[in-house]
Write a new protein. Structure first.
Length: 270
């Protein structure tokens, strides 16, 4: 766990022989494990989900049950799954401790993952364009959910979490750049010069959300700053993966292959 701005949260997977990045999974954890271990028969593989994992929509016990249900299959295949935070995720799960098991772990922003000779920077979060709808809907649901409104429980069920905006953290980047050489980046959203340039139905949602457009622009600007810092510090970044937009796209820009992953889309790196 990070104890100060000068320390980095790191995980290493020396046994991993394969590295796979996935797009959003939206709580379909069992299908994710099935696809990894059974459908594609991958072994000794680290899978990293690029946000919108689905943590927080159900009670904590449901995620513990998911681990118990799938741990045998994951152990037999010797696979691991790392989860990066999306906007549709409760941030309380992403401190590196709240959801941490041998085969599954949700990591904080600016986590460093080392596997298969790659050093990977993971930065989550994005803006929910339907945030006003989600907040209003949840207020209505609280009338019928006895346990859903426990304000003292950080892991209580919800469908929206306010501190979702991605942040460019200069101190963490300073610490990372002094200790690591980054070759791969995994974020939930993307820099402004990558597709998609606008999210579907954005203009519909801004009619009832006065600051939404500015916040979405700030979201992409934070990723621009991250990109600029990595370039400025001469990191040999060759791949940048992200989800969030529910489409598939890739393009090489100034020597970096940017790849947008669709829901449950897998992309392998070796």
């Amino acid at each position: 766990m990070n104890k100060s701005d000068s320390e980095c949260f790191t995980l290493s997977f020396p046994e991993a022989k394969g590295l796979v990045i996935s797009g959003d999974v939206h709580g379909d954890f069992n299908q994710l494990v099935f696809k990894l271990c059974v459908q594609y028969r991958m072994r000794d593989t680290l899978l990293i989900v690029a946000g919108d994992c689905g943590f927080g929509f159900e009670k904590r016990e449901s995620y513990e049950n998911m681990v118990r249900r799938n741990v045998k299959r994951m152990n037999e295949a010797n696979n691991w799954i790392v989860f990066v935070r999306g906007n549709h995720d409760n941030p309380a799960y992403f401190d590196g401790c709240a959801f941490r098991y041998k085969r599954f772990v949700a990591v904080p922003d600016y986590a460093i993952i080392q596997a298969c000779s790659h050093t990977i920077l993971c930065v989550g979060r994005a803006i929910s364009i339907d945030r006003q709808y989600r907040m209003n809907t949840w207020k209505g649901k609280l009338k019928y959910l006895k346990a859903g409104g426990n304000a003292t429980d950080a892991l209580a069920r919800n469908i929206y979490w306010k501190n979702e905006a991605p942040l460019y953290d200069e101190k963490k980047m300073g610490a990372i750049c002094s200790q690591f050489t980054i070759d791969t980046v995994i974020t939930h959203t993307s820099p402004s010069f990558c597709e998609l340039f606008t999210k579907g139905n954005l203009h519909h949602w801004i009619q009832n959300d006065d600051t939404l457009l500015d916040d979405v622009e700030a979201e992409r600007a934070a990723m621009d700053k991250l990109h600029e810092q990595l370039v400025w510090d001469h990191h040999p970044v060759s791949h940048w993966f992200y989800g969030h937009f529910h489409q598939s796209w890739h393009n090489s820009i100034d020597g970096i292959l940017f790849r947008m992953l669709d829901i449950m889309e897998f992309c392998s790196m070796y």
